[in-house]
Design a protein around this ligand. Structure first.
Ligand SMILES: *Cc1c(COP(=O)(O)O)cnc(C)c1O
Length: 420
């Protein structure tokens, strides 16, 4: 450091492995960078942020040490095993090598406009939706319409992942179905599955709110099968294997800059779900692969988030300027969803109003609703939707964990691959 920045005491303080500003502490992250051959982010955007915002000085001191390895998922579990019907359909067209050579799925793209293939592809999706609907009927006693859009957000519960943004959209759909006689939508089932860390109280409040909203909507005869909300408890891999093949829409709606990569996004795209997502984590790369027409991008990007915060973001002004949003938020304070017990859902209201909405849910709400309207419009044209879904399956071969591991072997671990 002295050679690179002679006399620069500040640089040495920033890069030191020991923090001696107050009580002396080891900076574990700095120790890792100093002691490692390479350090990597897990998606292109994440690696860029690690270099630009987290370790700019280390990146200057050790050029090339901070690298990128975009995450991947195993196609054996997340397609071949969990979705045998789609796997067989793919193998009929392109042979059986794809589970170990996932880029081969690209050959499926040539059938995206083939009417027969579209029909078969969507028939497989429908079977998978029926399998999930049967599970929901047996375990939760909710009856689902498999013609509905299966709109899926399954991931650990965290504010940055913004399940509460999704919930506000659900509430506003409910209110519009009740209040706007000409409001026309495709039927929808919104699925949530999420576990909260034991000590994360607000996460548990959000899960409670989702369940209360679901109970009210599912038992309101005015809604019929236009809207159902299902919270699947005990989220786990064996449950994900049933939900993912049945997804039409994949919710990847974290505040830009917060989700390092995501892998649920990859699992659902591979199984023919269309992503509604922010420019965050691997969503950015999924968009590059599938093309803008086959993904629904919305909301502030990383720079937009920074700008909104620097300009003094005020959630109250979104609340007062957006009537749909205001009505949805207000329903958390009365007893719409907790009959006879107003105020039980106040923690969710407070998290975005009193606590300053740290993850900008209200700032992204309007564009999120716009993106969902686009989905609603596109889903009604089954052939166009099938085309988009097929192209998702066909064009996400990059996200095989085999490619990730190969990147680690070549660029991080510097190993020679085993000959076979
Ligand atoms: C894939 C997976 C995750 C990660 O999901 P993200 O949407 O990337 O957060 C979490 N839990 C289970 C059970 C999974 O299968």
């Amino acid at each position: 450091m002295e050679a690179k920045w002679p006399g620069d005491v500040n640089k040495k303080q920033v890069l030191s492995v020991i923090d001696d500003k107050g009580e002396r502490m080891v900076r574990m992250a700095n120790l890792c960078v100093v002691g490692s051959y390479a350090v990597n982010g897990v998606a292109a955007l994440h690696s860029q942020l690690v270099k630009r915002d987290l370790f700019p000085e280390f990146d200057a001191l050790y050029p090339g040490r901070i690298q990128n390895v975009t995450n991947g998922i195993t196609p054996r579990r997340w397609l071949k095993f969990c979705n045998p019907d789609l796997s067989n359909l793919i193998s009929e067209k392109i042979g059986e090598q794809w589970p170990a050579q996932l880029e081969q799925l690209e050959q499926i793209a040539q059938y995206a406009d083939d009417a027969d293939f579209q029909k078969t592809f969507m028939a497989v999706k429908k079977c998978n939706k029926q399998r999930l609907a049967d599970w929901v009927k047996s375990n939760l006693d909710i009856t689902l319409n498999t013609d509905a859009i299966f709109d899926v957000q399954i991931k650990r519960l965290h504010e940055y992942k913004r399940q509460h943004l999704n919930l506000l959209h659900v509430i506003s759909l409910y209110q519009r179905l009740l209040n706007e006689p000409n409001f026309d939508t495709a039927p929808r089932v919104v699925f949530f599955a999420a576990k909260a860390a034991p000590g994360y109280e607000l996460a548990k409040s959000i899960i409670f709110a989702i369940n209360k909203v679901a109970e009210t909507i599912n038992n309101d005869p005015r809604v019929g099968d236009k809207l159902k909300v299902v919270f699947i408890p005990d989220y786990r891999v064996s449950m994900a294997e049933i939900i993912i093949p049945a997804a039409d829409v994949s919710e990847q709606i974290s505040m830009a800059g917060k989700e390092a990569s995501g892998t649920g996004n990859m699992k659902m795209a591979l199984n023919g779900a269309l992503t509604i997502g922010t420019m965050d984590g691997a969503n950015v790369e999924i968009r590059e692969e599938v093309g803008d027409d086959n993904i629904y991008i919305f909301g502030l990007d990383v720079d937009g988030v920074t700008e909104r915060r620097e300009n003094g973001y005020q959630p109250e002004s979104e609340y007062h300027n957006q009537p749909l949003l205001k009505a949805a938020l207000d329903s958390l304070l009365d007893d719409t969803f907790t009959p006879g017990q107003p105020g039980l859902l106040r923690p969710v209201f407070d998290s975005v109003m009193t606590s300053g909405d740290p993850y900008l849910c209200l700032a992204d709400f309007a564009d999120y609703v716009r993106a969902h309207n686009d989905i609603d419009r596109d889903y009604r044209d089954m052939s166009q939707w099938a085309r988009k879904a097929i192209l998702n399956t066909a064009l996400v071969g990059k996200f095989s964990s085999d490619r990730s591991i190969r990147d680690y072997v070549n660029n991080i671990w510097q190993l020679d691959a085993v000959k076979r």
